[in-house]
Design a protein around this ligand. Structure first.
Ligand code: PMP
Length: 292
């Protein structure tokens, strides 16, 4: 299934662990009223976290960008992650961390003074990490549409309605994801993942700016490929014409790792099969992902 299932779970809320159905927040929480918060998803396979430090750094940067003052250290966050893994029985988990601006007494747009942030974390099951083998990998089908989200997509905000509406467009037409492009016909990203093409063996992905989330899988993948050196990478504008003529298309996210796309808007990508460059990149990623 595409849905990521709940583990019958123990969650973390404002410093305490409790069963999910006992976790309560006020409807006056600004996360609920305004989507005023920052979140992260960190994958964990058999208790081993992937990209823990860069995930927490991105969360701290996001909170700085929107003026939420909340200061868990990396050690404090790590304890939350490890406790949730243990209390929920391990396996393949996505660890969701969420800090909202907190609960105010009134509904007023300005940032309130003296309100404590709400911190929430829970875990959900994710698929086993992909194996770098074309014969068994899940092949993705995607559609495409103009990116109608806001101009601050670099912030990992809990206000995800733009992403949700785009994902739904792809989902309703039987696709696993949807690739977005700006008004100039340049690919931005997927509704919940970063996007890449491969042409003549070169991996090409849009540069980091306000149009895309700085994905941690992207960060790690580009670093792993640069260190290995056998697959060339370019960070530059990618037009949708290039996407439609690509040999391969990939999507990356924490819960998917590198997802090979074989169909775009009903047309085969390249020869319609998962590509050789994907296999190589996923093998390198699998070997290197615990070093971050
Ligand atoms: N872009 C968007 C819009 C996302 O929601 C995500 C995360 N699901 C990503 C990119 C990928 O980020 P990461 O590799 O850190 O999971």
């Amino acid at each position: 299934t595409d849905g990521l299932e709940f583990v019958m779970s123990i969650v973390f809320l404002n410093g305490s662990y409790m069963p999910m159905d006992e976790a309560k927040i006020s409807p006056m929480d600004r996360g609920f009223l305004f989507g005023d918060g920052i979140y992260e998803v960190i994958p964990s396979y058999d208790g081993k976290l992937v990209g823990f430090a860069p995930h927490i750094e991105r969360m701290d940067q996001g909170m700085d960008l929107i003026g939420i003052k909340f200061g868990y250290s990396q050690d404090e966050w790590r304890a939350v992650c490890e406790n949730l893994i243990e209390k929920n029985g391990g396996g393949n988990l996505g660890i969701y961390l969420h800090v909202s601006r907190g609960t105010d007494s009134k509904r007023f747009h300005a940032y309130p003074e003296g309100v404590e942030a709400t911190v929430f974390a829970f875990v959900f099951e994710i698929p086993a990490a992909p194996v770098a083998d074309k014969a068994v990998a899940k092949a993705y089908k995607v559609s495409s549409t103009e990116d109608l989200r806001w101009k601050r997509c670099n912030i990992k905000s809990t206000a995800l309605l733009g992403n949700v509406m785009h994902f739904q467009q792809g989902y309703e037409s039987g696709n696993n994801e949807i690739i977005l492009y700006n008004a100039d016909g340049e690919m931005t990203e997927g509704s919940a993942c970063n996007a890449y093409i491969v042409k003549d063996g070169v991996v090409i992905t849009p540069p980091l700016d306000h149009q895309i989330l700085p994905g941690i899988t992207r960060l790690m993948l580009l670093d792993i490929l640069a260190k290995d050196g056998s697959v060339k990478v370019e960070e530059r504008i990618v037009t949708m014409d290039e996407v439609r003529n690509a040999d391969e298309i990939w999507l990356t996210s924490s819960s998917k790792e590198i997802a090979p796309v074989v169909e775009l808007d009903g047309q085969p990508v390249g020869d319609g099969q998962i590509g050789a460059t994907w296999e190589k990149a996923q093998a390198l990623y699998s070997a290197g992902k615990y070093n971050y």
